[in-house]
Design a binder for this molecule. Structure first.
Ligand SMILES: *[C@@H]1O[C@H](CO)[C@@H](O)[C@H](O)[C@H]1NC(C)=O
Ligand SMILES: *[C@@H]1O[C@H](CO)[C@@H](O)[C@H](O)[C@H]1NC(C)=O
Ligand SMILES: *[C@@H]1O[C@H](CO)[C@@H](O)[C@H](O)[C@H]1NC(C)=O
Length: 341
């Protein structure tokens, strides 16, 4: 006999009440939408919650609670019962629950999930099971805005996150929000991870502390339409002649897609290296949002609009060791500085 039938019979004997409705008191249960608010750890692990889940559901929202740990088999186990798959489920919203840990197998039995939000949580990525996302390969939208616990070094975050994401070929992912996470590194490894998301259209990296980004135009993000880099710590750009540099890469992407980028709120250092950025702003076909509002962050050109500064005013007064992946020029200018001192 099926477990659910036994439950119904048992509660007919014991309580004769609320047995048919099967809806957790903190939830609103509709045939296709389940909304639960203010859950705690016991609620998420309760039988009443388990009974609220049906295979007809298309959207599940569990929000505004206090759930430190997402349990295994969050929405039921299909391992013991192969007929139990939430095939209709398209959207799972888990925002704002103080989630710190996500156990392996938390997100399975939902093979057609397209949208997952883990926004506003405190996920400690370094403890994460690398196979967290492997069962949701049809995902189109992943919201990890303000999702990570920020006490540990964000370099560790992004490195581990990379492993978690690499484990899963998210080839259908179109929207990825990673904003507000204190991310400080977007290096070649990060670029390679993003490259695996071959359908990506929108990437939000706003409100992090990224000083620079490396892209690989040849293979990466051919469908990119929107890149949000606002409110980061970008002070300057790699030379346009560097094919892994951001500006060159954006121009290559623009040839195939129509891409908009947001740079507002960065800390542009308006020295001689920024002249190249101004030239690029002036000639690129990439749609730069609020182009005229991009301003210099410090020095004599403080708060001047980059577009309005005459190009001769972008001057290098002192030794610059802030950019230059080019080791030889780094070294020679460094030596000069030592010599002067
Ligand atoms: C992600 O979730 C946050 C919090 O609800 C929301 O403000 C933001 O718009 C979402 N991002 C995307 C890309 O949907
Ligand atoms: C490209 O995108 C921008 C911004 O969304 C839009 O204004 C413009 O019309 C688009 N151009 C084409 C050719 O689609
Ligand atoms: C932008 O390009 C035009 C045409 O090449 C040029 O006349 C203008 O001075 C440039 N403006 C800036 C800010 O570089």
């Amino acid at each position: 006999m099926k477990a659910s039938v036994i439950v119904v019979i048992l509660c007919l004997i014991v309580q004769q009440k609320n047995c048919v409705s099967n809806c957790h008191p903190k939830c609103v249960c509709n045939p296709k939408i389940l909304q639960c608010k203010g859950f705690n750890q016991d609620d998420i692990e309760s039988d009443e919650f388990a009974n609220s889940i049906t295979t007809d559901l298309e959207r599940i929202h569990i929000t505004d609670g206090d759930i430190p740990e997402l349990p295994r088999n969050l929405l039921g186990s299909c391992a013991d019962d192969s007929s139990y798959h939430l095939n209709a489920l398209k959207k799972l919203d888990l925002q704002n629950n103080g989630i710190k840990k996500i156990n392996g197998y938390a997100l399975h039995c939902m093979p057609n999930l397209e949208e997952l939000s883990l926004a506003n949580n405190q996920w400690v990525v370094s403890t994460v099971h690398t196979r967290t996302f492997t069962n949701i390969q049809n995902l189109k939208k992943l919201n990890l805005s303000t999702a990570f616990h920020d006490e540990i070094d964000s370099i560790v975050h992004i490195k581990h996150l990379r492993l978690v994401l690499l484990e899963n070929p998210f080839t259908k992912l179109e929207v990825l929000a990673l904003d507000n996470n204190k991310l400080s590194v977007y290096d070649a490894d990060t670029a390679n991870t993003m490259c695996t998301f071959t359908s990506l259209k929108r990437l939000n990296l706003a409100h992090n502390i990224l000083p620079r980004l490396k892209f690989y135009h040849k293979r990466c993000m051919p469908h990119l339409e929107y890149l949000d880099l606002s409110y980061n710590s970008i002070s300057t750009f790699e030379s346009y002649s560097n094919p892994n540099g951001l500006l060159f890469s954006l121009d290559q992407i623009q040839k195939a897609s129509n891409v908009s980028v947001k740079f507002f709120g960065n800390q542009f250092d308006c020295d001689c290296h920024l002249r190249e950025f101004q030239d690029w702003l002036n000639r690129t076909e990439v749609h730069v949002l609020q182009k005229d509002k991009l301003t210099c962050h410090d020095g004599v050109l403080f708060e001047k609009s980059i577009m309005s500064v005459p190009s001769t005013e972008f001057e290098c007064f002192s030794v610059d060791i802030s950019i230059s992946e080019d080791k030889s020029s780094y070294r020679s200018s460094y030596n000069t500085a030592v010599g002067v001192l």
